[in-house]
Unconditional design. Structure first.
Length: 489
């Protein structure tokens, strides 16, 4: 490398760091930088984004429940076998089991298919439900989506590389494998042939690892519409007029930095600024959602972040922009790592688990209602919900459950009530292993690789081939056919 190239590289990385601080993009550079600068051919590096959403794929929204959701108490195996219910589930969780649908108690699981039942707080607002602490967002939740045919549940799912560590297992799930470069969502965009400047968003303070890309893709963080821009939370301690002056000044400086040439970093920076300008215009317009999201601290434990994130995705998706939204990723927190004091269904005592389920269920339902209020989005978006692992089959001495193994996945489609279905919902997929034998970590045996569920959606709705799944998105995976979850185009 000569001195000129070295100085250009230093300036480029300084510019990228400045852009990251401005809060509008996340960049990851490796040997792709050299190829983009002309040392090697890089096809499809910087084409222009299309003006219309492509007709051959749906909007993908990935919801990652960080911490390890207790799927056994969300989707309850109340009648999978006599042994499962009486000998194992009730015995192993004597004070933490969810009462079956035929119980005489007021709050109990809601029957889905005669074998599995849903936690009552995933059905708030459904007819006949006992709903403590009612909220306007109680419109039936996941149960309504299931009955409408827009929710598919896959049980006993998981990663083939669960170690018991949040960090190891989350990273495997995010990257789609153990030694992959970048995240699987970014590689999906590569496999789909989407241009590098396609709009990908994480409506939170940091980019989800699944969107990290070594191929020059940028993803935009949106902590909230009111705080979009510099990531120093200036909106919290600076008058709006002063903040606007600051943002404008920073914008001018960054524009000058990225207009000095046409090298890789400069081009990606220009794309990021275009994305920022486009979203800034969107967020300066008042958004009136068509559904009530749940953000109240009396009902959720994450300060309303998940509800606000889903509302932001809907706002961006429904905006008239030249570069429409293709993917969005959301990380859900608030205490799903329930080693102690997990709770069950009680809102007057330990309401931790009821609040965690209510947050997830009500806001997914609100997002679907908000999006479906616009006819052009009916049957055009899919929400995939997963967690790094489930919990062990038995409760511990602290009224909680430790890290387990297999878990549920949710695939939420859209449009079936309007005659435009994209998911074969209203069904529970996967091979149920039973509770008689413990799996790894004393958790549920895994019978379905989580990647197969995702591949089902990508091949059925996103125009991706099985070959692209195995070679690009999940390298080394052996996907052949789906499970029938996605409605093929």
């Amino acid at each position: 490398m000569n001195r000129r190239d070295f100085l250009k590289g230093c300036a480029g990385f300084a510019a990228a760091a400045a852009m990251r601080g401005f809060g509008i993009t996340n960049l990851l550079f490796d040997s792709q930088v050299a190829r983009a600068q002309g040392n090697e051919p890089q096809p499809n590096m910087l084409p222009q984004s299309p003006a219309q959403p492509p007709n051959n794929r749906d909007l993908l929204v990935l919801v990652f429940v960080r911490g390890g959701l207790d799927g056994l108490n969300l989707v309850v195996p109340f009648n999978t076998s006599e042994d499962d219910r009486r000998r194992y589930y009730n015995t192993l969780r004597p004070t933490m089991n969810i009462a079956p649908p035929n119980s005489s108690v007021a709050r109990k699981a809601i029957d889905l298919n005669g074998k599995f039942a849903l936690h009552p707080d995933a059905a708030r607002g459904a007819p006949g439900m006992n709903v403590p602490n009612p909220h306007p967002s109680d419109t039936g939740g996941l149960l309504k989506l299931f009955h409408d045919g827009d929710l598919a549940i896959v049980d006993a799912c998981g990663s083939p590389d669960i170690t018991g560590s949040h960090f190891d297992t989350e990273l495997y799930v995010d990257l789609g494998g153990k030694n992959n470069s970048g995240g699987w969502v970014a590689r999906y965009l590569d496999a789909a042939g989407e241009p590098n400047d396609v709009l990908a968003v994480s409506p939170q303070w940091g980019i989800s690892p699944s969107l990290l890309s070594p191929t020059g893709r940028s993803a935009i963080t949106v902590p909230s519409p009111s705080e979009f821009g510099p990531q120093w939370k200036t909106a919290q301690w600076m008058p709006l007029e002063t903040r606007n002056v600051l943002v404008s000044a920073q914008r001018v400086i960054l524009q000058q930095m990225y207009q000095r040439g046409s090298d890789f970093v400069e081009v990606v920076g220009q794309q990021a600024l275009q994305g920022y300008d486009m979203l800034r215009n969107v967020f300066e317009t008042t958004y009136a959602p068509a559904a009530q999201y749940l953000t109240s601290s009396s009902h959720v434990l994450d300060y309303g972040h998940f509800g606000n994130s889903m509302k932001t995705i809907a706002q961006i998706a429904k905006a008239s922009v030249v570069n429409p939204l293709r993917v969005a990723t959301v990380d859900v927190g608030g205490g799903y790592d329930t080693h102690d004091n997990q709770g069950t269904v009680d809102w007057s005592g330990n309401s931790r688990f009821p609040k965690l389920i209510t947050n997830l269920s009500n806001n997914i339902k609100a997002f679907c209602d908000d999006m479906n209020a616009d006819p052009q989005w009916r049957g055009r978006f899919v929400v995939i919900v997963l967690s790094e692992f489930g919990r062990v089959l038995y409760q511990n001495d602290s009224a909680g459950c430790d890290h387990g193994n297999g878990n549920v996945m949710l695939v939420v489609g859209s449009g079936r009530p309007f005659g435009k279905p994209n998911v074969n919902g209203g069904q529970i997929y996967g091979e149920w292993p039973g509770l008689k034998h413990f799996g790894f970590n004393d958790g549920l045996h895994i019978t379905t690789d989580y990647r197969r569920v995702i591949a089902d959606v990508l091949t059925g709705r996103m125009g991706v081939t099985a070959q692209k799944v195995n070679e690009v998105i999940f390298p080394g995976f052996s996907f052949t056919v789906g499970m029938g979850i996605a409605v093929s185009r």
